[in-house]
Design a protein. Structure first.
Length: 227
């Protein structure tokens, strides 16, 4: 019987260990390759999703298109329809020209950190009006069914209060779904909330009315809501 020498056994042990090492390395490479392929597939799906969303945004959100403005005058009233992108510049101009009072009852008035955001510009215009001596009261919905709206409105209330504006939540007993602004002798009312989507994307229909009876009516309505 031939007994393998210690050197031979060591050599065979080394060969077996080397084979096991190479086998394990091959297994790990295959596993890494599988993970990389799955990651690439996932990345491609995300890319296609993002591309599809961008295309959909371009197709359905035509932010640069403005519906023609018009003005309707009668013996006792001036009426200006405010649709889509026409709402913001008109409301901003009215706030900036206010001399006595601004009362607003709004379902949503969302706060944005970006100072160039249109909603933020309206908020800053309200603060500017207050600094000019205009009485400004802002009433926002205290939503009991949509926490995000209540959060948005709370942030705006806090921001406006820093600008010395009288801003608060409604009672919360009913949903304040109004979108009402009364500026001096002018009423602005309609579907438009004060949020990015309403001012930049949505189809919205509102109207500006200059008429003493209309102003008196909605100012009295606002007082009911406020008190």
């Amino acid at each position: 019987m031939i007994v393998p020498s210690p050197t031979y056994r060591k050599r065979m042990d080394f060969i077996r260990a080397d084979k096991l090492y190479k086998k394990e390395q091959t297994k790990q490479r295959k596993e890494r390759s599988t993970v990389v392929r799955k990651y690439l597939k996932f990345s491609v799906l995300i890319l296609f999703f993002a591309l599809g969303f961008a295309v959909a945004t371009l197709l359905f959100y035509r932010t640069s298109i403005n519906f023609p403005t018009t003005q309707i005058s009668t013996e006792n009233a001036e009426i200006i329809p405010l649709v889509d992108r026409n709402y913001f510049p008109t409301v901003l101009a009215e706030i900036n020209s206010a001399s006595e009072s601004i009362d607003m009852a709004m379902f949503q008035f969302k706060f944005y950190e970006n100072e160039e955001n249109k909603v933020r510009l309206l908020a800053d215009a309200l603060i500017g009006a207050r600094k000019r001596g205009v009485d400004v009261r802002i009433l926002l919905d205290k939503s009991d069914w949509n926490p995000s709206i209540e959060k948005d409105n709370k942030e705006m209330i806090e921001y406006l209060k820093k600008g010395e504006i009288d801003a608060k939540f409604d009672s919360g007993k009913k949903t304040l779904h109004a979108k009402l602004i009364v500026i001096d002798d002018t009423v602005i009312i309609g579907s438009t909330n004060l949020g990015f989507s309403a001012l930049e994307r949505n189809n919205e229909a509102s109207v500006l009315i200059r008429n003493q009876e209309t102003d008196d009516y909605y100012r009295a309505y606002f007082e009911e809501l406020w008190n």
